[in-house]
Design a protein around this ligand. Structure first.
Ligand SMILES: [Mn+2]
Length: 343
C-alpha cells in the first residue's frame, strides 16, 4: 500500500491555488544552508520552472561545496542581485523564523502578494500569510514532495534528485528517529524517478571532505568531556583550532554526531567559539530529553533530537551552563520515565 498521509489539507490546497494563480516566485532558506534547505529549494525550483513559472532563489550564504552537484545550484543568487526586484510570492523554506533567512535578505526580499512559510521545525513561527508547518515530516523536502503529489506532479528527474538529497540529509541517511516507512517509500520513488545512484549522492554529500576538516575533528575530539553518569558528552572548538587547521566555523558541523554515538550518552553538545563573548552550541539527544526545549531556553531552536543556540558567553562558561542545564533535563526525564525503562 502506498498511501500519502496528508495532515494539513487546507494549507496544501491554499498553496496549490497560489501555484496556479501567480507567475513570479522567489524562494529562500535559512543562513548556513544545509542539505534539506538547498534540496527543498531546488526541488521546488525545478517543479515551478517546469510549470512555466518564473522562479528566482536568493540565499544569504553560498551553497556549500557538497551540494554543488545538484542541478541548477548555480542559479541561486545572493542579496546583492535583488535591487528593485519584487516577486509576487516569496516562499521561505526550512527556516523557523523569517529572520533566519538573514537580516538583510528578510528586509530586501519583499513579495507584492503572498509570503509563504514551509517548514517542519517544531519551534517554527507562523510568520507567513500562508503557513505549512509539519513537525511530523522528516524534512522540508518531504513536504515539497507531498505538495507536488497533491498537485498531481509532475516530479521531474532533477527535482527528484534534489528532494532525495534533502530527505537523506535531514534523516541522517535514514537513521534518525524521523525516518518512517513513508520516508523510505518516498525515497524509493524519488530514486526510481530520478534514475540516480544513491551511493553517489551519499559520496557527494559526505565523502568529499578536505583533509583540514579531519584534522579539526581530531583537535575537537581531544576536548571530550563526559559527565560522571555518562549521559552528557561535550566537546568544544576554539578559534585557535580553526586557525591551526586552516578551517572555517562550518567545518565544526557534524562533529557533535560523533560524540552522540558514545554508548550511554543521552545528550551530546558541541560548542564553537564564535568570538571571545559568543558561543554557538549544537545539541543532539538520544534519550527522552527534547533538546529543542533546552535550546529554546537560550533563544535557540530546532528539533527534539537535534537543536542549537547561540550564547553570549565565552566558550568555557557556555559549555558549563549548557551541561548544567542538560543535567537538569536528564534528571527530570529519568524521574518521569524511570531509569530502568530506557528506549
Ligand atoms: Mn530541515
Amino acid at each position: 500500500m502506498n498511501t500519502l498521509q496528508i495532515t494539513d489539507m487546507q494549507n496544501y490546497s491554499t498553496l496549490l491555488t497560489l501555484f496556479d494563480q501567480y507567475h513570479d516566485f522567489a524562494l529562500s532558506t535559512h543562513i548556513n544552508p544545509d542539505g534539506d534547505a538547498i534540496g527543498s529549494e531546488l526541488g521546488l525550483y525545478h517543479f515551478l520552472t517546469e510549470l512555466g513559472k518564473s522562479v528566482k532563489i536568493f540565499n544569504t550564504d553560498a551553497v556549500p561545496e557538497s551540494y554543488r552537484f545538484l542541478p541548477c545550484w548555480d542559479n541561486i543568487e545572493d542579496v546583492h542581485s535583488i535591487s528593485t526586484y519584487r516577486p509576487e510570492v516569496l516562499i521561505v523554506l526550512d527556516a523557523s523564523t523569517l529572520a533566519r533567512i538573514g537580516k538583510r535578505l528578510s528586509k530586501a526580499l519583499l513579495p507584492t502578494h503572498e509570503l509563504v512559510n514551509i517548514d517542519h521545525h517544531a519551534t517554527a513561527e507562523a510568520f507567513g500569510d500562508v503557513n505549512l508547518i509539519m513537525p511530523s515530516a522528516s524534512s522540508t523536502s518531504e513536504i515539497i514532495y507531498k505538495l507536488i503529489k497533491c498537485h498531481q506532479g509532475p516530479i521531474g528527474k532533477a527535482c527528484a534528485l534534489c528532494l532525495y538529497t534533502g530527505i537523506m540529509f535531514d534523516t541522517g541517511c535514514f537513521r534518525h528517529s524521523n525516518t518512517t516507512v513513508e520516508t523510505h517509500r518516498i525515497a524509493a520513488e524519488l530514486i526510481e524517478i530520478g534514475e540516480f545512484a544513491p551511493d553517489e549522492v551519499y559520496r557527494n554529500v559526505y565523502e568529499q571532505l578536505p583533509v583540514a576538516k579531519i584534522r579539526l575533528s581530531g583537535e575537537v575530539l581531544r576536548t571530550l568531556q563526559v559527565t560522571d553518569d555518562g549521559k552528557i558528552a561535550s566537546v568544544y572548538a576554539t578559534q585557535g583550532m580553526l586557525r591551526k587547521t586552516g578551517t572555517t566555523p562550518d567545518a565544526v558541523e557534524g562533529i557533535v554526531n560523533q560524540i552522540q554515538a558514545i554508548a550511554g550518552v543521552e545528550v551530546a553538545l558541541c560548542a564553537s567559539e564564535m568570538t571571545a563573548r559568543s558561543t554557538k552550541i549544537s545539541l543532539r539527544s538520544q534519550g527522552h530529553v527534547d533538546v529543542s526545549q533546552l535550546a529554546a531556553e537560550f533563544e535557540g531552536g530546532g528539533h527534539a533530537r537535534a537543536a542549537g543556540c547561540r550564547i553570549a558567553m565565552p566558550y568555557p562558561a557556555a559549555v558549563r551552563t549548557l551541561v548544567q542545564t542538560a543535567q537538569r533535563y536528564i534528571d527530570q526525564s529519568s524521574s518521569e520515565h524511570g531509569d530502568c525503562q530506557k528506549d
